[in-house]
Design a binder for this molecule. Structure first.
Ligand code: SF4
Ligand code: SF4
Length: 310
């Protein structure tokens, strides 16, 4: 049976989602709610309309296209009644100015493979491949598994980016078809999970240790470094010390927070959390140097930083 999955994007020529040139497949739906998420369109499984008013030419076609009357003028401004919108996408189909974009669609493994295979020569030349990302790809394990099997049948390198807040069995059934797992650890203190990630800390950390036992491919751990939440020596030091106990970690990567997702929050009529900030380059260097006392750290500019004696 050909599985279908819910996605919100497929990006070609990705160079920061694993080795080489890759195609990244973005799954829609996540069960964490990281308040700094730069892909707010990834969180809900259902399709959503993004509206970019600066592109709108006021043609009114979307008003006519929406049978539910979700487009309205309020105080002279074009707005979408999100309670009425079912995400059918008909308004976006009529918008030639691309002010409306439907985020979320169903696709079969065959349809995604057609896109993936278009760039096979680039993967072969660069040592690249395919990365499943999101959202949380492990929340759609049957679709993810069939997609990975199809990739391996073509001899492609496969990777997944996961936040790990899933039953371990979801991850386990993907492992035989994966060359690389990029696992997010967003903090160590329980308060980071309680107030910012809104995910199950114990399950996430437990799954990481179980992965370390079960996975024979490359295991990388990544932390988005977000001021003022986890840009401290206490947080990054605690994570790095925990990672130092793993047997099969290939490397640890620290990724500075950025606020580039703000436009998407506005386009979805969702609140953007303004209190986070990007740690300075000097701060990132200090934190990487600290982590490198315990584990191998990877940075695209600095390369691999290894603990002394390793
Ligand atoms: S996606 Fe469908 S329901 Fe929502 S505003 Fe557009 S036409 Fe209306
Ligand atoms: S169809 Fe697009 S350009 Fe026309 S009014 Fe609607 S959003 Fe604006």
């Amino acid at each position: 049976m050909c599985q279908t999955g819910t996605l919100f994007d497929v990006q070609r020529f990705a160079v920061h989602d694993g080795p080489g040139i890759r195609t990244t497949v973005f799954f829609k739906g996540c069960n964490n709610r990281c308040a700094w998420c730069h892909n707010p369109e990834s969180l809900l499984v259902r399709p959503q309309i993004e509206f970019y008013p600066d592109r709108c030419i006021g043609c009114g076609k979307c008003f006519a296209a929406c049978a539910l009357g979700a487009h309205a003028l309020r105080a002279g401004a074009h707005s979408i009644d999100r309670a009425k919108c079912t995400g059918c996408g008909k308004c976006a189909e009529t918008c030639y100015a691309s002010a409306l974009t439907l985020k979320g669609y169903r696709a079969t493994v065959e349809q995604i493979m057609e896109q993936i295979l278009a760039d096979k020569p680039y993967y072969e030349q660069s040592g690249g491949g395919v990365t499943l990302s999101g959202g949380e790809p492990a929340l759609q394990p049957a679709f993810a598994r069939e997609l990975l099997i199809a990739c391996k049948r073509e001899g492609l390198h496969t990777a997944i980016q996961t936040a790990g807040n899933v039953p371990f069995e979801h991850l386990k059934e993907l492992l035989p078809h994966l060359d690389m797992v990029m696992y997010d650890v967003k903090g160590f203190a329980p308060s980071v999970y309680q107030w910012h990630v809104h995910g199950d800390r114990e399950r996430i950390l437990d799954n990481l240790h179980r992965l370390d036992e079960a996975f024979t491919g490359a295991l990388a751990v990544r932390t988005p470094v977000v001021g003022p939440v986890n840009d401290t020596q206490e947080e990054i030091g605690a994570i790095a010390r925990m990672l130092g106990e793993l047997k099969h970690l290939r490397y640890y990567q620290l990724m500075p927070y950025h606020a580039l997702g703000k436009a998407k929050y506005d386009a979805l009529d969702e609140a953007f959390e303004e209190s986070y900030y990007t740690p300075s380059p000097e701060r990132m260097t200090q934190l990487e140097d600290l982590a490198a006392q315990y584990v191998t750290v990877f940075n695209y500019t600095r390369g691999f930083l290894r603990p002394s004696g390793k």
